[in-house]
Design a protein around this ligand. Structure first.
Ligand SMILES: [Zn+2]
Length: 357
């Protein structure tokens, strides 16, 4: 058995049990945000939170996993490893670990939640409405969101043709930028703030009311070069964050033109809530396979969910899990090493005394 097996869990229930056990052993205060939805074997689905240090902290290191459900395996593993040897925490500070922001997606091997919502498109602010889709998404809808069981239907050939016709950048932007018109489609942002995000938003608004500085890391997988990580940040803070966290920092919307930005990202909620606070929000994104393979896996699983019986022991589910958490020890080791390195950096930034008077 390899070392990464101790941290990479085979399923949601195992990951959750390990997290609760290890957080308790490390003397964390535990709290669970319970969702109405259930898991494949009827198990409860919870966003579990382990809190270490001050209850009214001025400085906080916050680490979250699984906003995109099936992407949770990497973030969960990083958290379990971190729990093995937590750093010292100053008196006025706290470390807060958020285990699986989308437990439904991890349990059911979906990237979206119980209402088919991509939660990283769901955090719209006041005055933003849950409507619209890029025109090109509408044209691609019947291809992307085929209303039949998974089957061989020239996906790669059609994708190649669309790339020639529309260009790779425009295609990526239209597909992955998010949409609010096709509720059974990929990258659907929802029609309202979802239960998990709402409970989470309330939790941090109340419990982090005293903070002056937050370093937040939200772990994702599936985008970028295999086993390499990118630190995606809000474009406005790109230069400043790069100066602190180094050359892996990239602006969140680097692939998108200014015509269509991703809306409703979780970082936008943080910047709204903590506009007076020194905030560093980084999405640590680990690359897996090429975008066409990942899109194929998403599309086939989406067909199985909506037009099959959606059971988790199915080839489309196994493929999706592999697309976001490759069953490859070298990939997993790399995730653990880089997850740990970034946490070390984040601890320094979060807990080093500010120069401000
Ligand atoms: Zn993600």
């Amino acid at each position: 058995m390899s070392l990464s097996t101790n941290y990479f869990s085979p399923d949601y229930s195992t990951a959750r049990a390990r997290f609760l056990r290890m957080a308790e052993a490390a003397r964390g205060r535990l709290e669970s945000l319970v969702l109405d939805a259930g898991g494949p074997t009827g198990e409860a689905l919870t966003i579990d939170i382990a809190w270490f240090g001050s209850l009214q902290p001025h400085r906080v290191l916050l680490h979250s996993s699984g906003l995109h459900g099936v992407e949770a395996f990497a973030g969960s593993a990083i958290q379990l490893k971190f729990l093995d040897s937590l750093p010292e925490i100053p008196d006025d500070a706290a470390i807060v670990l958020i285990h699986t922001l989308n437990p439904y997606g991890m349990a059911w091997l979906r990237r979206v939640n119980e209402a088919n919502v991509d939660l990283n498109r769901n955090f719209l602010g006041p005055g933003e409405d849950y409507s619209r889709a890029p025109d090109l998404y509408g044209k691609l809808d019947s291809f992307l969101n085929s209303t039949s069981l998974p089957s061989w239907d020239y996906f790669h050939l059609k994708t190649a043709w669309f790339r020639v016709r529309y260009g790779g950048d425009r295609l990526r932007e239209a597909i992955a930028g998010g949409q609010y018109e096709y509720p059974r489609g990929l990258f659907f942002g929802g029609t309202k703030l979802q239960q998990g995000p709402e409970k989470y938003q309330n939790f941090i608004a109340q419990r982090l009311a005293s903070v002056e500085r937050i370093v937040a890391i939200d772990v994702h997988t599936g985008l970028g070069k295999y086993s390499e990580d990118t630190l995606l940040v809000d474009e406005k803070y790109y230069q400043a964050h790069r100066a602190i966290f180094g050359p892996r920092v990239e602006p969140l919307d680097r692939d998108l033109s200014s015509a269509y930005r991703v809306r409703g990202g979780i970082h936008s909620m943080f910047y709204r809530l903590f506009s007076e606070v020194e905030l560093f929000f980084l999405s640590q994104e680990f690359g897996t396979y090429n975008p066409v393979s990942v899109l194929y896996a998403l599309r086939e699983e989406n067909r199985w969910h909506h037009y099959g019986d959606g059971s988790v022991d199915h080839p489309t589910k196994h493929r999706l899990k592999d697309a976001f958490a490759p069953n490859d020890d070298s990939w997993r080791q790399r995730v653990l090493v880089r997850g740990r390195e970034l946490l070390k950096q984040a601890v320094e930034v979060a807990f080093t005394a500010s120069n401000q008077p």
